[in-house]
Design a protein around this ligand. Structure first.
Ligand code: NAI
Ligand code: OAA
Length: 329
């Protein structure tokens, strides 16, 4: 161990993603094998006992990098001194709930969490929102943390990114490691746009390698965008281990950097790049160095891609307008 422990707060710690995530964080996969971690788990009061059970199991692993685990039901305490905040717990849509109801219910979670991050998190705090609707929940949290630099609030589209890499690799019958520069644009929802026109396979343009626009439009894009529903249908529960894996990938790359010849997808506050209105938390291709990310500039957006990106960005703007009306941003 070469450093002081990093405080990692995980909300929704007793949920299914939490269970798949915590052991990987504690084993060093989130930040690297040199970095000790202290876990701070946030749950609603009814689920604190279950989180305590998970903490007992964490103890039983005797992870060398895990300094300790604390459990809270109060966001103010849970985010005190936090360096990495993984906002996983959210209100799922239940029967009869309209989209507005869902946004309002999540506002009740992400507004106080944003305020708590603003009040008590460490100066270098980095936030990843996983709980859906992830982009707009991140927007809500960010708008209640005015003292934290806006770019520290991100939303997870890395699962979509990883799904797109695998579907493309399967189509071309190549290992996933041959696929580089995949991009997810827009919202983590069925409108997202996985872009292979800027992706490469063994140094060659991926769209050219596929050479099948019908497959892209009718199979690849819907398969990736609706993969969450496919998993729910097959498993009877939503993606958990793959979502936890993507959260690990997102933070690891943000902190440790992306490879020279590649980039990743992250939902980040737009700076106006590619015509995405400033401030919307939209997925972009990004490179990471020195603990910071930058949106990749100068990519060609062709006629196939433009309307698809615009549609997903429009959905983000509509969600922003809806939470604005509710007074949540
Ligand atoms: N961005 C992405 O790619 C993905 C996002 N998700 C989303 O992640 C979220 C979590 O998924 P699961 O773990 O499967 O759900 P889950 O229902 O198993 O667990 C959610 C946990 O959050 C807790 N929780 C609720 N309100 C809370 C609050 N105010 N503070 C702290 N904890 C709270 C619940 O008690 C529960 O233990 C869902 O919103 C899901 O839709 C899931 C897969 C991929
Ligand atoms: O719909 C969900 O809860 C799961 C989800 O986001 C995904 O698997 O992409």
């Amino acid at each position: 161990m070469t450093q002081a422990p990093v405080n990692v707060t995980v909300t929704g710690a007793a949920g299914q993603i939490g269970y798949a995530l915590l052991f990987r964080i504690a084993s060093g996969q989130l930040l690297g094998q040199d970095t000790p971690v202290r876990l701070r788990l946030l749950e609603i009061p009814q689920a604190v006992k279950a989180a305590e059970g998970t903490a007992l199991e964490l103890e039983d692993c005797a992870f060398p990098l895990l300094v300790g685990t604390d459990i809270f039901d109060d966001p103010k305490q849970a985010f005190e001194g936090t360096n990495i905040a993984l906002l996983v717990g959210a209100r799922p849509r239940t029967k009869g709930m309209e989209r507005g109801d869902l946004l309002e219910a999540n506002g009740g979670i992400f507004k106080p969490q944003g305020e708590a991050i603003n009040a008590g998190a460490a100066d270098d705090v980095r936030v990843l929102v996983v709980g859906n609707p992830a982009n707009t929940n991140a927007l809500i949290a960010r708008s209640h943390a005015p003292d934290v630099p806006a770019e520290r609030f991100t939303a997870m589209t890395r699962l979509d990114h990883n799904r797109a890499i695998t579907q493309l690799a399967k189509k071309l019958e190549v290992p996933v490691t041959d696929v580089k520069r995949m991009t997810i644009w827009g919202n983590h929802s069925a409108t997202q746009y996985p872009d292979v026109f800027n992706a490469e396979v063994k140094g060659r343009g991926a769209a050219e390698a596929v050479n099948d626009e019908k497959w892209l439009a009718e199979e690849f894009i819907p398969r990736v965008a609706k993969r969450g529903a496919e998993i729910i249908e097959a498993r009877g529960a939503s993606s958990a281990a793959s979502a936890a894996n993507a959260a690990i990938d997102h933070i690891f790359d943000w902190v440790n950097g992306t490879p020279q010849d590649d980039w990743v997808s992250m939902g980040v506050p737009s700076d106006g790049s590619y015509g995405v209105p400033e401030g919307l938390i939209s997925s972009f291709p990004v490179t990471c160095t020195g603990g910071r990310y930058e949106i990749v500039q100068g990519l060609q957006i062709n006629e196939f891609s433009r309307p698809r990106i615009d549609a997903s960005v429009q959905e983000l703007a509509d969600e922003r307008d809806a939470v604005r009306k509710l007074g949540l941003v």
